[in-house]
Design a protein around this ligand. Structure first.
Ligand code: HEC
Length: 267
């Protein structure tokens, strides 16, 4: 009774107004707090919600990946920029160095990867990298040698002069990729193209005492082919042991590819 008696009509009016509006005022305040919390959320969600692997370069199952390239893994949110330690497993084994750039994890083999090899990269959830699930990325590296870049010039310098439609071996052509494949079984070290059996035969054909050998004078189409391209005559019918090894690597290791897309792992 005493308290009511002390309150003036003016203060009673304020109290009545407050009772009427307090619900709305608290609702507005709650709303302001919610918006504020949301705008700060990237800071604390980094520690709480798991990292989602979104995409990668190379893409899964990508072929012809550059052996010296950077592997980029993209995530749905920024990574811990202070990540000091990363356990990443590359099979076949290679020492991997890493870097963090915003949403991306960059990985690179310290030494170039092996050519024409299927690799699997595995990264499990770990301290500082709260992955939603283990990442497994498989890709295949580029071939060391391709027909267009490496083998065609060797064939043209030493073989196509005779193994062309105008040459003396006009039915056994080595003047295109398709024709050459008739003497190549991808992966097979015993492929006819590198069979030592024909080396002796060529030596016989090219023997200075052989009247049937291609003649520099007298319009021989084999010699004409060589001369038109400005190639040395000394290479006709002849590959060095390094060149034979290169052709063998192209066939056995690389599987005799025509070209390579040479995909740079990281953009
Ligand atoms: C001087 C001409 C000449 C040159 C140059 C030459 N060849 Fe030949 N090659 C021949 C002849 C002729 C034969 C067939 C020999 C025989 O049957 O006795 C032959 C046979 C072959 C065969 C066996 C074909 C078959 O179907 O049995 C292969 C493979 C071959 N050559 C590859 C090459 C390669 C690779 C080169 C380059 C390093 C080359 N040749 C350079 C003339 C040549």
């Amino acid at each position: 009774m005493g308290a009511v008696a002390m309150s003036t009509p003016a203060s009673q009016k304020i109290l009545r107004r407050w009772r009427r509006w307090r619900t709305w005022v608290s609702l507005v305040l709650l709303g302001v707090m919610f918006v504020a919390a949301k705008s700060f959320s990237p800071v604390w969600s980094q520690d709480t919600s798991p990292l989602l692997w979104v995409s990668s370069q190379p893409a899964p199952e990508q072929r012809d990946v550059y052996v010296d390239g950077v592997i980029r893994l993209q995530f749905d949110q920024p990574l811990n920029a202070n990540l000091q330690r990363l356990i990443a497993d590359l099979e076949p084994p290679a020492t991997v160095i890493f870097d963090v750039q915003g949403n991306e994890l960059l990985l690179k083999s310290r030494d170039p990867l092996k050519f024409s090899t299927d690799y699997t990269l595995t990264i499990a959830p770990q301290e500082g990298l709260p992955l939603e699930q283990t990442i497994q990325l498989t890709f295949r590296t580029e071939p060391q040698f391709t027909y267009e870049k490496d083998i065609k010039p060797l064939l043209e310098a030493s073989c196509v002069g005779c193994h062309q439609p105008a040459g003396r071996q006009r039915t056994q052509l080595l003047d295109s990729y398709e024709a050459t494949l008739a003497y190549v079984t991808p992966g097979d070290a015993n492929s006819e193209l590198i069979n030592p059996r024909w080396t002796n035969r060529h030596a016989t054909i090219l023997n200075a005492n052989n009247p049937n050998r291609p003649q520099a004078r007298g319009g021989s189409p084999e010699i004409a082919y060589i001369q038109e391209r400005g190639l040395p005559l000394s290479r006709l019918g002849f590959w060095t042991s390094e060149e034979v090894e290169m052709v063998r690597t192209w066939i056995v290791q690389d599987g005799a590819p025509r070209t390579s897309a040479r995909v740079q792992a990281g953009g």
